[in-house]
Design a binder for this molecule. Sequence first.
Ligand SMILES: NC(=O)c1ccc[n+]([C@@H]2O[C@H](COP(=O)([O-])OP(=O)(O)OC[C@H]3O[C@@H](n4cnc5c(N)ncnc54)[C@H](OP(=O)(O)O)[C@@H]3O)[C@@H](O)[C@H]2O)c1
Length: 278
Amino acid sequence: MTILITGANGTVSKEVLRSLRGTADLRLLVRDRAKAPSGVEVAVGDLHHPETLDQAFEGVDTVWQLTAMGPDSTHASSNALWAAKKAGVRHIVRMSAIGAGHDAPTRNGRLHALSDIELAASGLGWTVVRPAFFMQNILGSVDGGTFYGAPGEGRIGMIDVRDIADFAAVVLRDPARHQGETYTVTGPEAIRLRDMTDTLSEVYGRPITYQPMSPDDAYPVLLKAGMKEWDAEVTREYLKAYDAGWGDYTTPTYTAVTGRPGTTFAQFARDYADQIGG
Ligand SMILES: NC(=O)c1ccc[n+]([C@@H]2O[C@H](COP(=O)([O-])OP(=O)(O)OC[C@H]3O[C@@H](n4cnc5c(N)ncnc54)[C@H](OP(=O)(O)O)[C@@H]3O)[C@@H](O)[C@H]2O)c1
């Protein structure tokens, strides 16, 4: 039983690979073979060029389908779905996003909703995973004694990417059990960035204070950091929604499916101390 992992060099799929390694036959889809990790079968293909995908999907039973954020994400998702259909893939587990829907406050959420519906109507086995805001989004946010936060004052049920991957791995190993499910996966607590400073002060052994940044002030910073314009605009849409409390909830789904408690922010902060302040 071969599982194809798309987005294999990215934040989430790298962790999906870690979680599945040694427990299933794996193949990675990458655009650049030179960037692929060693010790796993690799197929080169580009989700925006369907003619490059046939070999990558051949002989695959289950696909972990992750598409990068962008205005053309539905194109990539549709091409992956079509390649899977032609190759006789049985089940696609699709990485979507929290709150995906036709009325989502972000373009990314509305585009994910379209791809989720296309998958559900495809005739293939399917499962949709909609994770919350990643804890890893705050890496690099502590500078000296200051923690800069763009999601403002809203509580967010944020999740550690390692948990998203472990959740996905459970589904990918036994996809038929999760047929037709749309899972909204959060961390174990909804927290404000302002309330993370106690934990961060403890981790770094010095006082850390919170400096909120408005979504509009964050926008040029994101561009300066190299983010594409569309991605920065959509990130600003998310930040505004989070500031207004849009992400203030948790679900019991992670524990119900994996049988384990989700990673707390305190644990995440200890594990990633060098990168949060990096
Ligand atoms: N950030 C959040 O808080 C959050 C929350 C919920 C859901 N999400 C969703 O998470 C997804 C992004 O996940 P991520 O952060 O792991 O992404 P990422 O780190 O940006 O990685 C994206 C991966 O996709 C690959 N890729 C890009 N274009 C491709 C193409 N045309 N063909 C084949 N592969 C391509 C990239 O490969 P290269 O290495 O070749 O560039 C990279 O490996 C998005 O769908 C987003 O909506 C994000």
